[in-house]
Design a protein around this ligand. Structure first.
Ligand code: ADP
Length: 447
């Protein structure tokens, strides 16, 4: 509520006191001495009040203010009320902060508040348990002096810019895995969150091992089955009824073999088990070969397959993996577009990176599928995919290959217009054959 304006009261009271005194002075012929007396008294009154105010403020302004009347009383009142309001606000904020801290303390994840210099400002109990920090002993310490795992140090160097996440072993128990994240918080502060992901990590390893083992175990019997059906087909020759059944058996065992091969490749890519070293090579001959294979696959459908590649542009990576990614994209373009469709494979360097592009003018893919295409076994049209011999793993393989080469896949497509699959690699992964010394320097012209 707005305080009442007290000026009229003060003026009336002052006049009621001063007027009779002035009249008395005038009547007794002592007008000017009376005026001087009144002014002196007012000055003394103001000086005395200023002194009270200074003493009251010096003592913190928390005690009740002096009981003064008039304008000074109003000033003391205002100051006192303002002080009270401020104290109440501070009290409320403290309570709020305490409540936040209590909820952060109760969180099942480790929470560390860091300042801009990565020094610890506060930690919760879980941070002490998971990260081995001590509170309040470690207050003000740099977190990078206390947690020394190399991956964590690299993460902290970059975390303020990219705010990514990292998984590192628990400093107190190397068997456990912690996932850490950094978030900007408050005024130039950071929130470091860590949670125990040992369970998830173990499940993930079990899942990968299971797929790898099952695929591996299936591979030998399938190869035998496939071989037997091939010889059976040769032997049965003239018996059309039986030949048809054996042919179906061969086709299905071939599909299963492809599936197992793709699963094995995918699990090898996931576990980081390389199929060979990453080195400089020129992809141009390999791209030419792939074009020939794509034409063979197209056969009588006669797609118009064209290569537009920089014959000098070298790449640092694993040739088999790049071949596999490129083959998947190119063969998809053949499989999922009608005969005669133009398909172009491009390999070039642009100012922002190297690009491997497979573009077709086929039926395209509806936009709601695009985000999910790289998921395992995701198919736009399951029936059509199977009839074209797809395993549903092709684009998942492409995605993993690109991740292992610091690249990423961009998919653009419009129904009725066609699709463009672009693999984008950083410039540092390419160089021109004639200038190997300038290999890792960014060459904006790409020439
Ligand atoms: P698959 O190994 O079965 O071909 P992919 O993961 O390679 O599986 O592809 C996933 C799905 O994406 C396919 O089922 C297909 O429907 C769609 N697709 C892939 N490439 C193209 C393309 N060039 N044109 C239209 N659809 C495509």
């Amino acid at each position: 509520m707005q305080p009442r304006n007290t000026w009229p009261d003060i003026l009336i009271t002052s006049l009621l006191i001063a007027l009779p005194i002035l009249l008395l002075g005038w009547a007794t012929g002592q007008f000017w001495p009376t005026v001087a007396f009144l002014l002196g008294a007012a000055l003394a009154w103001n000086i005395a009040n200023l002194m009270w105010l200074e003493t009251w403020l010096r003592r913190g302004g928390r005690a009740e203010p002096p009981d003064v009347r008039g304008l000074w009383g109003v000033i003391f009142d205002h100051l006192y009320r303002r002080r009270k309001r401020h104290e109440n606000r501070v009290h409320r904020l403290r309570q709020l902060l305490e409540r936040y801290r209590e909820s952060a303390r109760a969180m099942p994840d480790a929470v560390v508040i860091l300042n801009d210099d990565l020094r610890i400002e506060w930690v919760n109990d879980m941070a002490c348990q998971l990260l081995g920090l001590h509170w309040p002993r470690d207050e003000g310490q740099r977190i990078t002096h206390l947690l020394r795992h190399p991956e964590f140090l690299t993460f902290m160097e970059r975390a303020r810019e990219s705010l990514a996440r990292v998984t590192v072993p628990c400093p107190l128990d190397g068997e456990r895995q912690l996932e850490m994240r950094m978030l900007p918080y408050g005024d130039a502060q950071y929130l470091l969150l860590a949670r125990d992901t040992t369970h998830l990590h173990r499940l993930e390893v079990m899942r990968r091992d299971f797929i790898a083992n099952v695929s591996h175990e299936l591979r030998t019997p399938l190869t035998v089955l496939y071989g037997v059906t091939e010889s059976l087909e040769d032997e049965l020759g003239e018996q059309p009824q039986l030949t048809r059944s054996v042919q179906m058996l061969r086709e299905q065992s071939e599909r299963m073999k492809l599936l197992v091969d793709d699963l094995l490749l995918l699990s090898r890519l996931e576990t980081g088990e390389t199929t060979g070293p990453q080195d400089w090579f020129n992809p141009y001959p390999m791209l030419n070969k792939l074009i020939e294979e794509a034409r063979l696959l197209s056969g009588s459908e006669a797609h118009q397959i064209e290569l537009q590649a920089d014959p000098e542009l070298e790449f640092r990576g694993n040739p088999d993996e790049l071949r596999s990614a490129c083959a998947n994209l190119l063969f998809n373009a053949v499989k999922y577009t009608p005969g005669g469709t133009p398909i172009t494979l491009r390999w070039r360097r642009d100012p922002d990176g190297a690009r491997l592009i497979v573009e077709d003018s086929g039926p395209g893919i509806a936009s709601h599928h695009l985000g999910r295409l790289t998921e395992r076994f995701y198919r736009v049209d399951a029936g059509r995919t199977q009839s074209r011999g797809g395993t549903g793993l092709g684009l998942a393989i492409v995605k993993h290959v690109l991740a292992r080469h610091d690249g990423h896949l961009a998919i653009e497509s419009q129904v009725g217009q066609g699709s463009r699959f672009t693999c984008l690699f950083p410039l540092s992964r390419t160089r021109h054959a004639e200038a190997p010394d300038r290999s890792s320097q960014a060459d904006p012209a790409g020439a």
